[in-house]
Design a protein around this ligand. Structure first.
Ligand code: A2P
Length: 316
């Protein structure tokens, strides 16, 4: 399995399992199946509300001898209502307790957006805390403390634009080791990629298959379907593989980690096997032409009327 190497020589498997939208009652089996198939990297987050069941699966798999803790790579993310130098500790402890782990391999600031401690998801302007009141640099100090105290081996961010990355680095003097962002052929993020690669910040692609299992309310009427895109289907046929496998291998061949979600055993296996496919230079060039700067996850829930955050702030 290909890996991304960190400064201290730790290696993160580039292929992992996404667990956003993996329902309770399904995710235990998905994680146990994935481990048997060969998955080692699991991408989690407090806000997905399924870390406890994932933790049961991980601890049962370890106890059963299916895998050792040190072979696993577990990522989790700090939710927006636990921003602040001291609050990060509460955030990571909640995730560690649910996941039944004593450390995370990677801990990310989920969004550059801050919410009041008792708010899960904002519905009104008062639910937000502005970055003047709760600067990301303070939250980052809390993240650094997690590494110093052995609670996380590596730290990074998610959903950060170049501008927000630069601001964080200037204000703290410390670089995140990872930026996890939405990336697929219709949102290739070439600028963010070039910047991150030049700064040795690794990238993880989320929603690589287009996250079609999002709740209907969060979907645009004219949303494209990546898995049915004629160019992707044509390249899949040519390579004797599936469209999902093309999308996964495309991400890996660009040098990014990728975390397709599935709770279905056959698709878990199919996605894992995508690692063995080889896309030609011509295939990669064809896919490079599909960029439309199209976001499935627009982030407009952070930019409701009266919010201190805007889409311009988020994506630049
Ligand atoms: P399921 O969990 O039933 O397999 P993303 O990773 O972009 O968030 O996309 C996840 C969505 O893609 C889910 O609906 C998931 O369904 C579906 N999916 C995962 N793997 C495949 C595959 N190999 N072929 C088709 N759909 C897939």
């Amino acid at each position: 399995m290909e890996t991304l190497k960190f400064k201290n020589n730790d290696e993160m498997p580039m292929f992992g399992l996404g667990t956003w939208k993996s329902d309770k009652g399904e995710v235990y089996k998905a994680v146990r199946d994935a481990i048997i198939i060969g998955y080692k990297h699991f991408d989690c987050a407090w806000v997905y509300e399924n870390e406890s069941e994932i933790g049961d699966a991980l601890s049962d798999a370890i106890e059963n001898g299916d895998i050792k803790r040190e072979e696993l790579w577990i990522t989790s993310k700090l939710w927006n209502n636990r921003h602040g130098k001291e609050q990060v500790r509460t955030g990571i402890e909640e995730s560690l307790k649910s996941l039944k782990l004593d450390y995370l391999d990677l801990y990310l600031i989920h969004w550059p957006v801050s919410l009041k401690p008792d708010v899960f998801f904002p519905t009104k302007p008062e639910d937000f805390v502005s970055l003047d009141e709760n600067p990301l640099a303070e939250t980052w100090t809390g993240m650094i403390k997690c590494v110093e105290e052995g609670l996380a081996k590596h730290i990074g961010v998610s959903n950060f634009s170049i501008k927000n990355l630069k601001k964080l680095i200037t204000n703290t003097g410390f670089k995140p080791e990872m930026n996890q962002i939405e990336m697929h052929p219709m949102l290739q993020q070439k600028d963010v990629m070039n910047y991150c690669m030049s700064e040795n910040i690794h990238l993880t692609a989320y929603s690589p298959l287009g996250s079609m299992d999002r709740i209907p309310d969060s979907k645009a009427d004219d949303e494209p379907n990546l898995l049915e895109h004629t160019v992707i289907v044509k390249i899949a046929e040519k390579n004797n593989c599936t469209p999902a496998q093309v999308l996964i291998k495309w991400a890996l061949q660009r040098g990014t980690a990728v975390i397709p979600k599935s709770t279905n055993r056959e698709r878990l296996k199919q996605n894992f096997d995508a690692q063995n496919i080889n896309l030609s230079e011509n295939d990669m060039n064809e896919i490079a032409k599909l960029d439309k700067n199209y976001r499935f996850l627009k982030g407009d829930f952070w930019a409701i009327k009266g919010s201190p955050y805007s889409l311009e702030f988020l994506w630049g």
